[in-house]
Design a protein around this ligand. Sequence first.
Ligand SMILES: *Cc1c(COP(=O)(O)O)cnc(C)c1O
Length: 365
Amino acid sequence: MSGTIPSIPAARPVIGTAEIEAAVRVLRSGRVVQGPEVAAFEEEFSDLVDGRACIAVNSGTSALQLSLMALGIGPGDEVVVPSFSFAATANAVRLVGAEPVFADIDPRTYCLDPVAAASVIGPRTAALMPVHLYGHPAAMDRLTRLAERHGLAVLEDACQAHGAALGARPVGTFGLAGCFSFYPTKNMHALEGGMITTGDPQLARILRLLRNQGMEQRYANEIVGANMRMTDVAAAIGREQLKQLPAWTERRRANAKVLDSLIHGLPVPHVADGARHVYHQYTVRIPDGRRDAVQQELEQKGIGSAVYYPTPIHRLTPYLDPGRPPLPETDRAAAEVLSLPIHPTLGQTELERIARDVSIAGGAR
Ligand SMILES: *Cc1c(COP(=O)(O)O)cnc(C)c1O
């Protein structure tokens, strides 16, 4: 069957003529490391975050790690994170010597539950680091109030949420710092790359120092820093992608509307009041232990799908802790979620096929 019907991949990163020409232009210029393209990319990306300062780095993980470092978070500190995320969220905390403390999620949005987060705050807690998972904003209004009450920093893992918002406010503008990723499968990419957004000029300066060996003036290193710079080649590609992001986001949102209306017998993604979901993933739930069978059935019909994430972070080897309180909503989500194709290049007939086949395979029986 899949021999005759073209298959639909779970994700379809775009590397178009504009990206290729931009990369070639920079390569031919001979000026390839962090330079004017990076500066322009930072300037242009700041439109997405209400004009906040933007600091480009070489990955989303670096963005998280540098933000934690810049805030002086390290050994002895705890950072509250969701376990239902990509491992990078917790890895960044460990990489600076601090300890991630996992809190459960809201089962409707899959994002950090403010009540659960409050329950794990202790004397060592230094920060909250919510994740805008799948492109849906976390409950930033309640989480920032919680942080204020306890004197905690807020960092946003916005690696999946370029252009998402809560009310009029875009993600990446709620915390002391917001962190974005430009990995190929994200809503926009720069082959690899990341961006830190901040409203604090002093923090922005420290971040710029930290990404480049602690120097502003060449060989006048002020502090200990890393090399987490973005290349001008990557930035040139990112700039081309950024131009297309608004249209791609609207396509993702329109595709989600089509799937919402055509899928039957399964809960479609929830959108919280006031939330602008950018559908990095379009994730349904398939209960009763049937998820993996449904995924296989879709695969046989040529429809790619993916599970983000089959193993929550607290069950990964580096993070096992037998004494930790259970995270029931996280475990349930890990067993039930299935992300369907939602990328902007899908056409109406592909969307109809996805909706029909997932409704047949996954509908209540
Ligand atoms: C992709 C991702 C990261 C890491 O970004 P990289 O660019 O791959 O380092 C961090 N957190 C989340 C939630 C992500 O999806």
